[in-house]
Design a protein around this ligand. Structure first.
Ligand SMILES: Nc1nc2c(c(=O)[nH]1)N[C@H]1C(S)=C(S)[C@@H](COP(=O)(O)O)O[C@H]1N2
Ligand SMILES: [Mo]
Length: 442
């Protein structure tokens, strides 16, 4: 039995002799306290835990049922992060990491460079790659409740592969003033992998959506950071119209491989154009609702914006908050890396990606003179709707010195990225200010 700690992997720490059976000590069952639904604590006790921690637990008799030692609160073992490359870890309990802009240059974001956003613990089923008996339940206002296995999904519906942008609604939070609490994402909580699965629409149509349906509610099997299995980590949803869009998918594969543990093994939603939080990982249930979904993180200040513009720092009553749906137009400079040296008087290619929550980006511009003048960049069409679009431009610094490349996308409704942070909001969502990189001309 392997246990991951922050320090790495500890293996085979449990011997049957030195394990005190937790069920005897804690009749209510220690089994429920672990991230693992089958729980190593069902098999191992506090003595073993002490061994794993590298220290005895003198007060073990007082350790409350329903908790696990915080030292084990996240499986951030080297194991999980092994194939991630160059990500910046923002928090490790739960695990959150973003990608530096220059590592997002690929048209299709590889596994190694996709950001990680976890609200809770990575479920043991994902870590073990154990999809045995996995069932996706479709219920609520439908004609027929469904329980679908992975096999059913793969075989009973048309399989679709699309490149789709996934972006955390809090991407850019770090730039708001005053700051907002939460992960301090800069620009790298976004990526565009290729996903394979089925259309949510096809699955919902098989269940038969009743006319009273207005919203979906999504559930996964991840567990709260406290280890309390009764807490729902996150359960968001989307308007039924969005659920019915042909690019809204239930997927089991990313870039041609089974979903990784960090990205929702064995099944997740990908709902492009909407906050990443709608794209439930470790998906077990879609509840079709006849009202706006009121699951965990649908209310309060979570993923909601003030219904009217507010001065930065304003305390906005919860009643005045509205759900953030369509993500704003945005772009990123992926080459050169910020701070690069380039040649004065010579053309340098700058490039990146642009995307918008309401579909295709219409135009892309860059500035080398702090926004005084703008030059149009070439902009490729997306390989499919909601894939990001490659843009390129040549810029020529006229003489030696310090320059910035400012990149600005314009969406189909002629809405442009702002040069400064847009509408301040209590939790720092939807920051689509233009991305800037520094260049030194030699
Ligand atoms: N079950 C579950 N689904 C989840 C989350 C989560 O914590 N648990 N985080 C959401 C958020 S806020 C985002 S931005 C995306 C991140 O997906 P990724 O970690 O694959 O990049 O997953 C979403 N789906
Ligand atoms: Mo997110």
């Amino acid at each position: 039995m392997a246990v991951h700690t922050q320090k790495g992997q500890i293996q085979q720490i449990f011997t049957s002799e030195d394990i005190r059976t937790p069920r005897q000590e804690y009749p209510q069952g220690f089994g429920r306290i672990c991230a693992d639904r089958r729980g190593f604590l069902q098999n191992a006790g506090l003595a073993a835990l002490g061994a794993a921690l590298g220290a005895a637990i003198p007060f073990y008799r007082h350790f409350p049922t329903g908790l696990m030692p915080i030292a084990f609160a996240q499986d951030t073992g080297a194991e999980l992060m092994k194939e991630k490359d160059g990500l910046t870890v923002l928090s490790d309990r739960p695990l959150n990491a973003e990608t530096p802009a220059h590592l997002l240059d690929d048209d299709i974001t590889p596994y190694s460079r996709l950001f990680i956003r976890s609200n809770g613990l990575i479920p043991q089923t994902a870590i073990d790659k154990n999809a045995e008996g996995w069932a996706l339940k479709i219920d609520g206002v439908v004609n027929e409740e469904l329980s679908l296995s992975l096999h059913d999904l793969k075989n009973d519906f048309e399989n679709v592969t699309l490149a789709l942008v996934l972006e955390c609604a809090g991407n850019g939070r770090a730039f708001f003033e005053p700051g907002a609490s939460g992960n301090q994402w800069t620009v790298g909580a976004v990526g565009c992998p290729e996903w394979t699965g089925v259309r949510l629409r096809d699955v919902l149509q098989k269940a038969g959506v009743k006319p009273s349906a207005v919203y979906t509610g999504h559930y996964g099997n991840d567990v709260d950071i406290s280890g309390d299995q009764d807490n729902v980590v996150i359960s968001r949803g989307v308007p039924i119209e969005k659920a019915m869009e042909p690019e809204t998918l239930i997927v089991w594969a990313m870039n041609g491989k089974d979903l990784a543990a960090l990205h929702g093994f064995p099944l997740r939603l990908v709902i492009p154009g909407y906050p990443g939080s709608a794209s439930q990982k470790f998906l077990t249930r879609i509840w079709v609702r006849d009202q706006i979904h009121d699951g965990e993180k649908m209310g309060g200040h979570s993923y909601r914006l003030p219904a009217y513009p507010v001065a930065p720092g304003t305390e906005v009553p919860e009643a005045d908050m509205e759900i953030l749906t369509v993500m704003p137009v945005k772009s990123i400079v992926t080459a050169p890396a910020t701070g690069s040296n380039v040649s004065a008087g010579q053309a340098t290619e700058v490039r990146g990606h642009a995307w918008a929550g309401n579909g295709d980006v219409k135009a892309m511009h860059v500035s080398l003179d702090f926004g005084k003048s703008w030059q149009e960049a070439t902009l490729e069409s997306p390989r499919n709707k909601f894939a990001w679009q490659r843009w390129r431009a040549n810029v020529t610094p006229p003489e030696k010195g310090y320059y910035e490349v400012w990149a600005r996308a314009t969406d189909m409704n002629d809405v442009m990225q702002p040069p400064v942070t847009p509408g301040w909001n209590p939790r720092g969502y939807g920051n689509n200010m233009i991305h800037r990189i520094a260049l030194f001309a030699q």
